[in-house]
Ligand binder design. Sequence first.
Ligand SMILES: C[S@@+](CC[C@H](N)C(=O)[O-])C[C@H]1O[C@@H](n2cnc3c(N)ncnc32)[C@H](O)[C@@H]1O
Length: 169
Amino acid sequence: MDIASDPADIPLADLTLLFNVLSYVDEPLGLLDSIAARCDGSAVAVREASSLRFGPMPAGRFDAIDVDLQQTVAQVPPFRLFDLDRTYAALAGSSFARREVEFELFERTAPFPPEVGAYLDGTLWWIADNISPANGAWLEDWRTRHQPVGGEPAYLVEVDVVAILRSTG
Ligand SMILES: C[S@@+](CC[C@H](N)C(=O)[O-])C[C@H]1O[C@@H](n2cnc3c(N)ncnc32)[C@H](O)[C@@H]1O
């Protein structure tokens, strides 16, 4: 289904999870308000990555990758990369009776457990596919040198905006 055009078709549930999807929606406030209007005592849990950093890498390289991303996928509607301000405004402005909006730090250092290695692999493949060929090849080399466990130091730091929204008080 398309949650953006058919929010009324989102199944009724005690708890609806919106994890990394609001950044794909043109009008996140309208989507949230359509769920809030149910007033059925249900809750919505939101998680949206607002920043990501991994390394270490030579000075300037991460910035170059970031600039590439901003010039490619970050500007292709409806997706918006690390769309914190629009997401935060929608969460804080939604008509839910109760809103708890916070931030969480997700940080891991090598050696990564398997699930973090898999997450980092997937994230780096996605980034490599969406940046310049030169930076993409460099990143793929960095990934293979740091996965799955690797002897080299590596870190992953992500800040997520998280929220619990309740349709009744
Ligand atoms: C970054 S993924 C997040 C997937 C999952 N929630 C998670 O946290 O791993 C975003 C997902 O939202 C889906 N999506 C984007 N826009 C959508 C829309 N308008 N209606 C339904 N799904 C959508 C995409 O197909 C993709 O599967």
